[in-house]
Design a binder for this molecule. Sequence first.
Ligand SMILES: Nc1ncnc2c1ncn2[C@@H]1O[C@H](COP(=O)(O)OP(=O)(O)OP(=O)(O)O)[C@@H](O)[C@H]1O
Ligand SMILES: [Mg+2]
Length: 500
Amino acid sequence: MLETVAIWGITGKTVTSIILIWAMYSQYIPRHVRSHVERYAYKLLGWISFHVHIKFTEYTEEGLKRSENYDAIRNYLSTNTAARAQRLKANESKNSKSVVLSMDDHEEVEDVFHGVKVKWYSNVKVTETQSNYGRNNTYERRFFTLTFHRRHRGMILESYINHVLREGKAIGVRNRERKLYTNNSSSEWYPWMSGKWSNVPFHHPATFETLAMDPEKKEGIKKDLVKFSKGKDYYKKVGKAWKRGYLLFGPPGTGKSTMISAIANFLDYDVYDLELTTVKDNSELKKLLLDTKSKSIVVIEDIDCSLDLTGQRKTKKEEDEEEDKEKKKEKKKEDEKKSKVTLSGLLNSIDGLWSACSDEKIVIFTTNFVDKLDPALIRRGRMDKHIEMSYCRFEAFKVLAKNYLEIESHELYGEIERLLEETDMSPADVAESLMPKSDEEDADVCIKRLVKTVEEEKEKARKLAEEAEKEEKRKKKKEEEAEKKKKVENGDLSENNGTN
Ligand SMILES: Nc1ncnc2c1ncn2[C@@H]1O[C@H](COP(=O)(O)OP(=O)(O)OP(=O)(O)O)[C@@H](O)[C@H]1O
Ligand SMILES: [Mg+2]
């Protein structure tokens, strides 16, 4: 929260100058004298000043965590007012796309809000401590001081500070470098290591423009996403946590993972790729999800393979089988290593009380086998939108041809349209045929190669279907013969019975 120091002074400038000088030189005064001076000086200033000063420190009270408010104010000032400061500091933040300019230490800038003038000062306090080994350590603690006349106290506390924090956070989101996170095993959950999640900058180039799928379906998804991202007030009004679940299903290579990247790029969200098999249990899963930020997508890929999410653990049946003691011991050890996340644990984390702890979040599950999933996991409300990623048809092909070959028509388009309607080929396979393999290969070569590949696929599919039909006929014939034989045997028996 805000650290508030309200002190009243003759004029804002005088008081602030005193504070600045004090911040710079107080380190040279012995600690016990310093605390006495500070106590009486603040008391004195409180009697005679007309100005209120609010201090926003760089680190939170506990001293370990960087204050989000401080960063928001820095962003706000760097965009709105810092350009007017005489001395600027160029910060290279690892979370930022570009260099962030901010006021240098001991600088001041003015801001006007609803006709009221306020002043911001950037301060630094240097503290020296002595370690057990006699070494001197110096710490720099930065803080901003906001100064305004006491008659505007209500307006500043109720509106201005909220305005600065809101604007500053929005600027931070715009400037941040997007991240792709992956969860660490709980043995690595230490603040001095990477914590619960490791991250790398997210630079996947996929967009909705390059995604090959039915254009109407694509537009529908885009509209749904825009509605969601602007739906803060709506979700509040209907009493629903501001989150949305997407289930992407379809055969391999149809663009499920590509779609996730396109969504992240479209909404400018971070991506948390949750590897469920390394999550030890439900409580660990809860902690991981609580540690995700808003404006993000939490992804569980191939959810059918991630865990046995049917509620009954796979090992139960196997346990009934006879096993010698050694084997059992080994198995127990292996089981301990296995994830104990259950279906209900997962449901609670994505949908229960815990899920509402941070806003604006999309949860995406992907699977190749939608029928294998427990209906409870994918019911609407949890997975609000089910999107089927299907084989490549003509509309999707046109997008791929435009992406890979920069063409929008060709004499073989008619032929390709007919072939793709009759043959199930994934966009991944079509894209592979369309991609030029050398500088000599032009669009014509690639399109002809695609026609040949689809024809081969079609032929392969025809042969497979023929084989399957033959096999079916063989099976049927066998069954009929077995039935006949049974009837004859039964008939014989009844005949025998009749004669006896
Ligand atoms: N619909 C598509 N639009 C554009 N490119 C696609 C599409 N589908 C597949 N691709 C291309 O094929 C490659 C594989 O696609 P992707 O990884 O998205 O498939 P997937 O559905 O996630 O497959 P899996 O089920 O095996 O995970 C991608 O790198 C992309 O280049
Ligand atoms: Mg995938």
